[in-house]
Design a protein around this ligand. Structure first.
Ligand code: UD1
Length: 442
């Protein structure tokens, strides 16, 4: 068979495979009621990696049941852990029998989820060696791991790249003053990786330009409960005093601020009053301020927020930034709201300049968005119209679901496996609020 025929055959198989995946069929909906937010995916993943730092039992509560969590469970099993996951409680123990090879995180698992790269720091600190597949590219743009490698090398790791794997070894990590700023500011998972390596290193580690995200604060909270000595979490300067050994822990995962923000966006786009519960409003200040800027009334409680959009939305200019700035993980969802706001809005993407894959799909629904490099100019329209659209990544798929709920008529959102990576029972939660959404299994 010649190359062209092989390519055509491959395209057909690939197309059939995609066509065979779940899709959502969504009709324009008004939402009403209360929604409870699940535990945070992005807080759970590094905390799960942190269990590699101890041989004792760890119990993690309020873990969302998601594809990414299931993938991390598989990785930890390969790395010598025995895991039970039931009703959002994860119990992690060391396997009784090991083969001595439990330091390799294979590509077939790592490639589906970049967060698995943060097993590198704890493996290196506890077992003195680690071999973790490079996660590779991503649809939201180039996502390098140079800061992870820089930090670990400064702590005394020797790192080589072998057959697509990052192979790291050390005779013992030693505390250091590390500057962790990159071209796009701080890095969440690099900070997590370096803190987890430093907690078992000899001496003091200072991490300058550390990420301040709540997920880092929650990771440090867990590490401290395990016996680590860390100060400064939630600020750009984290100080770690290494200890010899860490113990087991029982903890609860913080609420998912991105899921909460997604429901705020759904409320705005569909002009529906919603009460969003089981959240930490402190983690959502930039998002709540943006919603208020667009004209919504937001009443903030201790662990809830009531959003009342109250009619026509106003345009705003929005810039994604590291925490406490507006999160890049909510950019796509808020773009949909701005597509329906009065006037012209500007979105500046400062974390992932290429994270605009959703623009073409939203435009297919009648929106008017023009992308220019890291900027998108949005001309508000009265209406969006149902269409067949394709989800390109996790947050983009949430944005398309919101657009579909707001659009006239029927929308089909294809490739919803992306949304299953990061939203726990999204269609059930939406349906309870009155959304006309149906998952079609093919
Ligand atoms: C985490 C979140 C992700 C979110 C992102 C930014 C998890 C599991 N994922 O990803 O949902 O979108 O934070 O808030 O928590 N960078 C480098 N070199 C590096 C690492 C990162 O240049 O070694 C750059 C990235 O390309 C990006 C910026 O730094 O431009 C921030 O990325 P980073 O904070 O590392 O994202 P993640 O931690 O991978």
């Amino acid at each position: 068979m010649n190359e062209k025929k092989v390519f055509n055959l491959w395209s057909i198989v690939y197309g059939l495979w995609f066509d065979s995946m779940d899709k959502f069929i969504i009709h324009k909906s008004s939402l009403k009621g209360t929604v409870k937010i699940s535990g945070s995916k992005n807080a759970s993943l590094p905390i799960m990696a942190a269990t590699l730092l101890t041989d004792e039992e760890c119990v993690i509560k309020n873990v969302p049941d998601l594809m990414d969590i299931r993938t991390m469970i598989k990785i930890l099993e390969v790395l010598g852990k025995e895991i039970k996951f039931q009703r959002n409680v994860l119990i992690v123990k060391a396997k009784k029998r090991t083969s001595g090879k439990e330091y390799v995180a294979p590509y077939k698992l790592v490639r589906t989820m970049r967060a698995s790269f943060c097993c590198l720091g704890p493996l290196l600190a506890k077992r003195k060696k680690a071999s973790v597949a490079f996660p590779g590219g991503c649809v939201i743009g180039v996502r390098p791991v140079d800061l992870h490698l820089k930090g670990l090398r400064e702590l005394g790791a020797s790192i080589v790249v072998e057959k697509g794997y990052c192979v790291a070894t050390t005779k013992g990590l030693i505390g250091k003053h590390i500057y962790l700023g990159g071209a796009f500011g701080s890095s969440v998972l690099a900070t997590a990786n370096i803190v987890m390596a430093a907690v078992l290193a000899r001496g003091v580690t200072l991490i300058e330009h550390a990420a301040c995200e709540p997920e880092i604060e929650s990771l440090v909270f867990v590490l401290k409960k395990m016996g680590a000595q860390v100060e400064g979490q939630g600020t750009p300067l984290i100080k770690v005093l290494g200890v010899k050994v860490l113990g087991g822990v029982t903890v609860e995962i913080i609420p998912d601020r991105i899921e909460a923000g997604t429901f705020i966006a759904a409320s705005l786009a569909t002009n529906s009053p919603l009460c969003i519960e089981d959240i930490n409003p402190w983690h959502l200040t930039s998002v709540i301020e943006t919603a208020r800027g667009m004209g919504a009334q937001c009443v903030v409680g201790e662990s809830s927020i009531s959003v009342n959009p109250g009619g026509a939305m106003k345009s705003v200019n929005l810039t994604t930034l590291p925490y406490p700035g507006f999160p890049t993980d909510l950019q796509a969802q808020f773009m949909v709201c701005l597509c329906l706001a009065e006037g012209i809005s500007l979105i500046t993407e400062k974390i992932y300049p290429d994270r605009f894959m959703h623009v073409a799909e939203i435009n297919r629904m009648g929106a008017c968005v023009r992308r220019n490099g890291p900027y998108s100019i949005i001309e508000g329209r009265d209406k969006l119209y149902g269409a067949e659209v394709m989800a390109s990544d996790l947050r983009a798929s949430a944005a398309l679901v919101i657009a579909a709920l707001a659009a006239q008529g029927k929308t089909q959102v294809l490739r919803v496996y992306h949304i299953d990576r990061g939203y726990d029972k999204i269609e059930d939660k939406l349906r309870k609020l009155g959304a006309k959404i149906k998952r079609v299994k093919q």
